[in-house]
Design a protein around this ligand. Structure first.
Ligand SMILES: C[S@@+](CC[C@H](N)C(=O)[O-])C[C@H]1O[C@@H](n2cnc3c(N)ncnc32)[C@H](O)[C@@H]1O
Length: 241
């Protein structure tokens, strides 16, 4: 929500598997939209104008009034889905500029590790939906999970880790790390946050000009928007778990 308010022109989608959590998010969004909605201007003071006066007043009115700004939080939504199964059903190839994994479930037990949201196979899907040049962020307060996620991202040929200097200069990092509910719980409990980010590098075959490829812009000024992907779509931001 904080990110959506900061970048009102960038479409964003949150994915959550649990119904109650999705309903909670939708209710919070509705509340924020209602709070931010402009209130109707008060009626003019004094006696009601005659129809002639009203007609005369309209002569001086601007011919094309400027359009109202888009309603607050119109750029963000939530969907209840299993992101590990259905992400590519929602997001076309090469259209996301940012992808956030904020405090995903750690699945501590070894036999549950395959339910972790970062794996070699799933990274191929995340690379598929990200535009080359786009960035995937992962944050957790569980050291062993950070090691798991970071190792897999680092090993994947379509991702390149951002350097410490790049992380420090990236305004998205603070949102991912500090502005979610879980981030605030970690903060209250004095936990440590481990954050990493990886740039989606172009496919070797695309770079050779076989498939043509759009790359995320870097000079967009706000760090959240970038050029759309191969289908020419708008830039978008996705967040899961
Ligand atoms: C620890 S919470 C973190 C929530 C939020 N990202 C935050 O930082 O406050 C993890 C969330 O991921 C959701 N989740 C787990 N597996 C998922 C999946 N496959 N697809 C979508 N959401 C999932 C859980 O239901 C839970 O709400």
């Amino acid at each position: 929500m904080a990110l959506a308010a900061r970048h009102p022109a960038t479409p964003m989608l949150g994915m959550e598997i649990r119904e109650r959590v999705t309903e909670f998010c939708a209710a919070r969004l509705a509340e924020a939209r209602a709070k931010a909605a402009p209130t109707a201007p008060p009626p003019p003071a004094g006696p009601a104008p005659t129809s002639l006066a009203a007609g005369a007043a309209s002569v001086g009115a601007p011919a094309t009034p400027s359009p109202p700004p888009p309603p607050a939080y119109a750029n963000v939504g939530y969907v209840r889905t299993n992101a590990m199964k259905y992400l590519p059903n929602y997001i076309p190839r090469g259209t996301l500029t940012k992808l956030f994994f904020c405090y995903p479930d750690p699945h501590f037990k070894r036999k549950k590790h395959r339910q972790r949201i970062i794996s070699g196979a799933l990274l191929a899907e995340y690379a598929y939906v990200l535009v080359p040049g786009g960035v995937a962020y992962a944050v957790t307060d569980v050291y062993t999970l950070s090691a798991w996620m970071f190792t897999r991202f680092d090993a994947h040929p379509l991702f390149m880790r951002l350097t410490d200097a790049e992380l420090a200069a990236d305004p998205m990092v603070a949102f991912v790390r500090d502005h979610t509910d879980e981030a605030q719980r970690v903060e209250r409990n004095g936990g440590t946050k481990f954050v990493g980010a990886w740039r989606r590098v172009p496919d070797p075959v695309d770079s050779a000009g076989v498939d043509g490829g759009a790359e995320a812009g870097t000079g967009d000024g706000d760090g959240a928007a970038a050029r759309g992907g191969r289908r020419g779509g708008d830039s978008k931001v996705g967040g899961v778990s």
